[in-house]
Design a protein around this ligand. Structure first.
Ligand SMILES: [Zn+2]
Length: 390
């Protein structure tokens, strides 16, 4: 017994079909096939709008959900990091309640899988309910070389608490000392690794010239890294060699990544056999820096793009569709099918979940979304709404 679904358009994860093609699902919700209207036979259910596989959120911090509406907008990244450090402590019940609500929002928004950054064990109870697929990125930070051993041990301990899939990852070039890099780098071998990348111009200023707000910030906090010497290169070019053993690198934000860095990264990824993905979190970029990355240029250069929401500390919603709408506001020429592929199949590939999520291919269980209010001929997403069918 199959469920047979058709709509005005059917997005497979790769392409937008418009000739009445039918999605066949078996009783377990597994995809059997996408067939033509003629082959589908009787009992086809026709719905309005677009049928689409479930969305993949490649960058979130579920454990920061209790910071919703606490950090002001437009602080700049350094101000934002200061605020998160000052405000993230809260009582456990408040943290847990916010995690439950945030996950519920992601479910309602059609998200089926999340690449989630973990600095604490707070999200484990909710993740054990298996309402969503999670890739757990255990994040390490530490700019003081003498702290590296302790921070490394904490990360290894936390890693053991989380279910698969999981890996140890660096927070950002400006927050990981050389000693800490050397401790965590062996964990990257054949793993999926993610890192916040070039979220503010101060990041490159630190590595290129030893200038910018990060130095002031570290001085104020009494954080000294005597090993640090500016490399004269961009932040990503300075630290990438530590990541060369990874199977996949998901570079997050990339708000200030210039074309020459992308060219360098594409070459670096090819020569080290690293699958490179960019995770865009445009609503967070606007919230913090009032800036968006050069998305059209990234598309033209062939950067594989995925979509993240970042956390409720820097976003008002955890909605992939809302991220796509913001991208479209700034880059109206990007075809909707391209945006939807970033939100589905590309995300599933980046998180190593393409065997079961991201597209309507036989044997997958990617979830089924109904998208309404999208004007395909005019390439307009602004009135779009998402409803979860499966
Ligand atoms: Zn983040």
């Amino acid at each position: 017994m199959f469920k047979k679904l058709t709509a005005d358009y059917l997005f497979t994860g790769k392409e937008l079909l418009s000739n009445g093609e039918v999605l066949l699902l078996n009783d377990g919700g597994l995809v059997e096939a996408v067939v033509s209207a003629n082959e589908a036979g009787e009992g086809v259910e026709k719905i309005e709008g677009i049928i689409c596989p479930g969305f993949i959120n490649t960058h979130c911090h579920l454990e920061l959900s209790h910071l919703k509406n606490t950090i002001p907008q437009y602080t700049g990244l350094v101000g934002f990091v200061q605020q998160v450090m000052a405000q993230r402590a809260a009582d456990d019940a408040q943290i847990q309640q916010a995690i439950v609500l945030a996950e519920k929002e992601m479910l309602q928004e059609g998200i089926v899988a999340v690449g989630d950054i973990c600095n604490t064990a707070h999200t484990i109870p909710q993740k054990q309910q298996k309402k969503l697929h999670y890739y757990n990125f255990i994040e390490t930070t530490g700019w003081i070389p003498a702290m590296a051993e302790k921070r490394y041990e904490q990360a290894v301990h936390l890693l053991q608490s989380f279910a698969l899939p999981k890996s140890i990852v660096p927070h950002a070039p400006y927050s990981v000392s050389e000693v800490l890099w050397e401790k965590i780098a062996p964990h990257f071998a054949n793993a999926i690794v993610t890192m916040h990348n070039q979220e503010t111009p101060d990041e490159d200023a630190l590595f290129q010239k030893g200038e910018g707000l990060f130095l002031q910030f570290y001085q104020q906090l009494g954080i000294h890294n005597p090993d640090f010497v500016p490399s004269g290169k961009s932040s990503i070019q300075t630290v990438a060699h530590h990541l060369a053993g990874a199977a996949t690198l998901i570079a997050v934000h990339n708000t200030y990544t210039h074309a020459n860095d992308w060219e360098w990264l594409l070459h670096w990824a090819a020569s080290n056999k690293v699958q490179l993905y960019a995770a865009l979190c445009v609503n967070a970029n606007r919230y913090i820096e009032q800036q968006v990355p050069s998305v059209s240029a990234m598309l033209q250069m062939g950067i594989p793009i995925t979509i993240g929401t970042d956390s409720l500390a820097s976003n008002t919603r955890l909605s992939i569709l809302h991220e796509l709408q913001t991208i479209q506001t700034f880059f109206p020429d990007i075809p909707i099918a391209t945006l939807l592929q970033w939100a589905t199949l590309n995300g599933a590939k980046a998180l190593g979940m393409e065997a079961y999520l991201g597209s309507f291919e036989q044997g997958k269980q990617p979830g089924v979304l109904q998208l309404t209010g999208i004007n395909i001929p005019k390439n307009q997403l602004h009135h779009a709404q998402v409803k979860r069918l499966l």
